[in-house]
Write a protein of this length. Structure first.
Length: 342
């Protein structure tokens, strides 16, 4: 059991680090070509592992709804307000302006990042989307007993997402449109656990495991580069490529997380355990650094003369950013664990 927990936490630690890194790319233009390379696997991998962790003890929709509302939505409201307070502090200091409370309320209720209403709290779009995806899937799980029928409906869900992506002229609140696709990966994660399908990815030979990782990741990247996979904006053009890219990406991440140094990494486990707090607040140090950079250099992007130095600047900033969040993580875990329903 401990080995399984280590693997899962390290998996999530890698994922949240990649999400934060993507969000700092605006500061480091040299990484822009890598933006689309992993677009097909980042969000699906989160949905997948959430479904994998779904407990079988929930047999009634109401009990599951209440449990996940306390775990996801109550912190969503609290974290949303806190991040916007930070935003107002920065804007008041720099631009002598504040965000109107009505705009804050609109952003919190609508929950769509592309609307421009969520501001620094934009990463929290995933939380409300995950919540709806879970509600979609738990309904299937409770009322549809045949797993083949569930898979068929999940395929229909992916087609619904594609249809809405093409024809819907506006975004649904709390990303209810993209939540259909989220439910697909969530459901696949749950079915994978039920049938112990990850057992087939158990590879002892290190070299063979590396080959499979590189092969799977390469296919995922190729599919991502030959399709549009914008989960935050619900923009897709080839659902077949989207599903395959996610699948191969998840395989590569699962295998990579199973390496002993990775699954036993206390740093990755720490990040994985505190994914929600990092997701909610990581935009604040990015915003602060951007303001400082703009004041000092007149530009909000980082340019370094040496190409080698440029490649190391982004990861270094990522490490510094994650370290800077440790006091906040400590305070929430020790002084206000009730926020996260702990």
């Amino acid at each position: 059991m401990q080995e399984r927990i280590q693997w899962l936490d390290s998996y999530r630690g890698i994922l949240i680090s990649s999400i934060v890194f993507i969000h700092i790319l605006d500061l480091f233009p040299i990484y822009n070509p890598f933006m689309e390379m992993f677009s097909g696997m980042r969000m699906p991998a989160f949905f997948f592992i959430s479904g994998f962790l779904l407990s079988d003890r929930y047999t009634a929709f109401s009990s599951f709804f209440k449990h996940r509302f306390r775990q996801l939505i109550v912190p969503y409201f609290i974290f949303f307000i806190l991040t916007l307070l930070f935003w107002n502090f920065f804007d008041l200091f720099v631009n002598n302006t504040i965000v109107h409370s009505l705009q804050l309320l609109k952003g919190m209720i609508y929950g769509v990042p592309s609307s421009g209403l969520m501001l620094t709290a934009a990463p929290l779009w995933f939380v409300v989307t995950l919540f709806l995806s879970e509600m979609y899937y738990i309904t299937l799980k409770i009322y549809i007993k045949s797993d083949l029928q569930k898979l068929f409906i999940l395929i229909l869900f992916s087609l619904v997402t594609l249809y809405l992506s093409i024809h819907l002229k506006y975004r649904l609140p709390w990303n209810a449109d993209i939540a259909f696709l989220g439910a697909v990966f969530y459901g696949l994660g749950n079915i994978t656990k039920k049938y112990n399908l990850l057992h087939y990815l158990h590879i002892e030979h290190t070299l063979l495991k590396l080959i499979v990782i590189i092969f799977s990741l390469g296919i995922s990247i190729w599919l991502s580069l030959h399709s549009t996979n914008d989960y935050a904006r619900n923009i897709f053009n080839n659902m077949f490529f989207t599903l395959l890219s996610a699948g191969f990406g998840i395989i590569s991440l699962v295998l990579f997380s199973s390496f002993k140094p990775i699954k036993e990494s206390q740093a990755l486990q720490y990040l994985g355990i505190n994914t929600y707090v990092i997701l909610a607040f990581h935009n604040i140090p990015i915003k602060l650094f951007s303001i400082i950079l703009l004041k000092l250099t007149g530009s909000n992007t980082v340019f370094v003369n040496s190409s080698i130095a440029q490649l190391f600047t982004g990861p270094l900033f990522l490490v510094i950013l994650l370290f800077s969040m440790m006091p906040l993580i400590y305070i929430i875990n020790k002084k206000a664990p009730m926020i996260l329903n702990k």
